[in-house]
Design a binder for this molecule. Structure first.
Ligand code: XUL
Ligand code: CO
Length: 435
């Protein structure tokens, strides 16, 4: 028996690029082999429980626009109904993963003991559903930003009791993630930052955050959780300044607190743009350090300047992101999470399905373009050509020498470099052949 929420919507299947069916995949063909692996296993798509099932359509100027049978979300019976609908959607989409925050799954109880017992109850229920579902857990996380107790931070709160509440909460969420076979555990610190330095001891807060994350890693090993611990950078919003500003900042933080071999990054397209970067910049920075973990593939509106969390729809942008992901060896335990929500006027069940179908198709199309570029090798060849001088023995020896000897060589050989074209337009034209 189904909930009836998706009545009239058939399972989504691959119909090929010529299909005009709005509820069919035209590019996402899970079993198609690309670069030696199933497309589904490269992309590892995930639905975000919070946006698709817990978010009610509010924005800063107005409240709920959606009407769902599992509202109001203050009751455990309706929390189970929400889970039933979620798993129906996972089946319809044939999506391999989902992600959650504790607060998406069960109502806020106002105290730790009841938050924990209701989380255990609903994740037991979800665990039963997963036994007969093809959808697994990409990651779990704790919502330590919505309730007012977190307003001054979680691990970085000036009040040690909030630190304690946060540590207890993360333990519960890690246990639940482990129980459900999660592939990763994520920490995004929306309130780990500040509104004003007038009331903030930045150095102490960073130390507390570093200590907290070390406890998370210790606990992972204690319970034998094999997934990856991921932190998710974002420069601001909701805090004026967030400590996990961008990939480079996070990498510096992880190194300072001895976590560089334990923690990787969950990079979000929209967060990259908020930080003043392209998505592929963030991916390349993480990849260069071996810290690429997973991605949240949702874009922002380029005019609004805030985190609108829209489904991706720009193939060339997506293609460049997957190009760098493929170059880095793929997503590993990570995946492609749609941390994306409908527009608040998109009221219908069909909108929810169409949004995911479109997001998955745009990613598949961009991914295939990226794979084709790699197989063609044009960008690699251009790079090899541009850096060819460094393959010479003299250039390599220089890196192990010193300023004295280099200056002597520049004088003796009369070195006077001739500027070379960077060929940006040629390369942009090349990419456009594939996207
Ligand atoms: C907020 C955001 C979060 C994290 C998980 O901008 O991206 O949803 O992905 O807490
Ligand atoms: Co995110």
């Amino acid at each position: 028996m189904t909930t009836g929420f998706f009545d009239g919507i058939a399972p989504i299947t691959f119909e090929g690029p010529d299909s005009t069916n709005p509820l069919a995949y035209r590019h996402y063909n899970p079993d198609e082999i690309v670069m030696g692996k199933r497309m589904a296993d490269h992309l590892r798509f995930a639905v975000a429980y919070w946006h698709s099932f817990a978010w009610e359509g509010g924005d800063p100027f107005g409240g709920q626009t959606f009407e769902r049978p599992w509202y109001p979300q203050d009751d455990m019976g309706r929390a189970r109904q929400k889970a039933d609908v979620a798993f129906e959607m996972f089946d319809l989409l044939n999506v391999p993963y989902f992600c959650w925050h504790d607060a998406d799954l069960r109502p806020e109880q106002g105290n730790f003991a009841d938050n924990l017992s209701t989380l255990e109850e609903i994740t037991d229920y979800i665990g039963q559903k997963m036994e007969s579902s093809k959808t697994g857990l990409l990651w779990g996380t704790a919502n330590m930003f919505s309730d007012r107790r977190w307003m001054s931070g979680a691990a970085t709160n000036p009040d040690p009791d909030v630190f304690a509440f946060a540590a207890a909460t993360v333990k519960g969420c890690m246990d639940a993630t482990h129980k459900l076979g999660g592939q990763n555990y994520v920490l995004w610190g929306g309130r780990e930052g500040y509104e004003t330095l007038l009331n903030t001891d930045l150095g102490q807060e960073l130390d507390h955050m570093g200590r907290f994350l070390n406890m998370v890693v210790d606990y992972k090993h204690k319970i034998g959780f094999k997934g990856t611990i991921l932190v998710e950078p974002k420069p601001q919003e909701p805090s004026k300044h967030q400590y996990d500003f961008d990939a480079a900042t996070c990498i510096g933080f992880l190194r300072k607190y001895g976590l560089e071999n334990e923690v990787k990054l969950n990079l979000e397209q929209g967060h990259a743009i908020l930080a003043g970067h392209s998505f592929e910049h963030e991916i390349a920075v993480a990849a260069a350090e071996g810290m690429l973990g997973s991605i949240d593939m949702n874009r922002n509106d380029y005019q609004s300047g805030w985190d609108t969390d829209q489904f991706p729809n720009n193939v060339p942008e997506v293609a460049l992101a997957y190009y760098h992901i493929l170059k880095a060896g793929g997503l590993g335990t990570g995946g492609t999470n749609f941390d994306a929500k409908l527009r608040r006027q998109s009221l219908d069940a069909q909108d929810l399905i169409a949004a995911h179908v479109g997001g998955m198709d745009v990613c598949a199309r961009g991914f295939k373009a990226a794979a084709a570029m790699i197989e063609d090798g044009g960008l690699d060849a251009a790079l090899a050509d541009r850096y060819a001088g460094w393959t010479g023995a003299e250039a390599q020896e220089m890196l192990n020498s010193d300023l004295d000897s280099i200056q002597a060589r520049v004088l003796s050989q009369g070195i006077n470099p001739a500027p070379q074209s960077g060929r940006q337009e040629v390369l942009e034209n090349y990419v456009n052949r594939f996207v």
